[in-house]
Design a protein around this ligand. Structure first.
Ligand SMILES: Cc1cc2nc3c(=O)[nH]c(=O)nc-3n(C[C@H](O)[C@H](O)[C@H](O)COP(=O)(O)O)c2cc1C
Length: 338
């Protein structure tokens, strides 16, 4: 059998050696609170690259200081951030893996001391801060911040950019009728709610020629929220704008109880892939080689993203290969154990 999990995948000018992606995971380890890379980050990302993950995606990296989820998040809002990130991509590339960066603005989910911003002045829950409603000027400055972040991502050697439009962060707050109550061009209809993401994608493409992914929350777990039909519409717009892949997660827009089970979000990736004819990534409780292979062979998604399984085991690709009976090449230095 030809294992799809270990087959290469080409998007634009980039070929991934396999379909395994390290899903973005905030590590809250920029302990100087200045958004800079710390020694922990090198070990964290390089070890998964040595473990033969095909694509390593950084944790959510903020395009503005007020867009951080916490004070310890990584940042890319100033040129001085490039140097550390370049060392991360060098380390990843040494293992023949590709490097992606997830760009974020947390909006109302920024857990910070200072003022926070969102499409509408609605707090996430009773204990979170009420954000300031963004003016059109704030919006255009934020779009520009994404563009500058994309430029710096290129300087830092990243192969792929992912925009974080999921989990209730700023872009998701614009997309969702639960969090966007604006009466201007950025709120109301689906078309208007999509405008912030549209302008962000356009701005990124002014400076970025490489593959662009967007992570969405394909379900909002609320009857008044976006439905899968709304996400099909957004995905069609993204496809028309040249987005290469939609990474489909779910939830986080408003508080909701979710009961996850193995592969609980795969169905959203599958529906978007089928209805929009765009490449998708599946994520969420994918833990075994067989499960990952099933998703790919049944054309339910094009890439599989793993988060916690890779935290537990940086050599998860080897574990999956053993399970599937595939002979995975390992780092030369580890041949005696491989
Ligand atoms: C510690 C941790 C941090 C996370 N941070 C991010 C993040 O920065 N960006 C993001 O899109 N998702 C984030 N997630 C969600 C994961 O990328 C993934 O979608 C989720 O954990 C489900 O996948 P899993 O079952 O393989 O862990 C995080 C998850 C964990 C466990």
């Amino acid at each position: 059998m030809k294992h799809k999990l270990f087959s290469p995948y080409t998007i634009k000018n980039i070929t991934l050696k396999n379909r395994i992606v390290m899903s973005p995971m905030c590590m809250y380890s920029s302990h100087e609170q200045d958004g800079h890379i710390q020694p922990f980050h090198f070990a964290h990302y390089e070890s998964r690259a040595a473990g033969q993950v095909g694509l390593i995606m950084t944790e959510a990296t903020s395009v503005l200081p007020e867009g951080r989820i916490s004070h310890e998040d990584l940042g890319i809002w100033e040129d001085s951030h490039v140097e550390g990130l370049l060392k991360v991509t060098d380390a990843i590339h040494r293992h023949d893996a590709k490097a992606a960066i997830q760009l974020v603005h947390a909006g109302r989910k920024a857990n910070l001391r200072d003022e926070i911003f969102a499409p509408s002045a609605l707090a996430f829950n009773e204990v979170s801060k009420v954000p300031t409603e963004m003016s059109e000027r704030d919006i255009s400055q934020t779009v520009t911040a994404f563009k500058h972040a994309a430029e710096r991502s290129k300087q830092a050697g990243f192969d792929i950019i992912e925009l974080h439009a999921a989990h209730g962060y700023l872009i998701n707050q614009f997309l969702s009728p639960l969090t966007n109550k604006r009466n201007d061009n950025y709120g109301g209809s689906r078309e208007n709610r999509y405008r912030f993401l549209r302008e962000t994608i356009e701005a990124v493409y002014e400076v970025w020629e490489g593959p662009l992914f967007v992570r969405i929350s394909g379900a909002e777990y609320n009857d008044d929220g976006n439905s899968i039909d709304d996400f099909v519409y957004f995905a069609q717009e993204m496809k028309a704008q040249g987005v290469d892949l939609i990474d489909v997660s779910s939830g986080g827009v408003v508080p909701a109880a979710i009961e996850p089970y193995p592969g609980y979000q795969v169905k959203y990736a599958e529906q978007i892939k089928e209805r929009v004819n765009i490449a998708t990534g599946a994520v969420g409780l994918i833990t075994s080689g067989n499960q990952a292979e099933e998703i790919l062979q049944n054309d339910r998604a094009d890439l599989v993203f793993l988060a916690r399984a890779l935290l537990r085991n940086p050599y998860w690709p080897k574990q999956a290969a053993d399970e599937l009976g595939y002979e995975l090449e390992g780092p030369r230095q580890y041949t005696r154990a491989w």
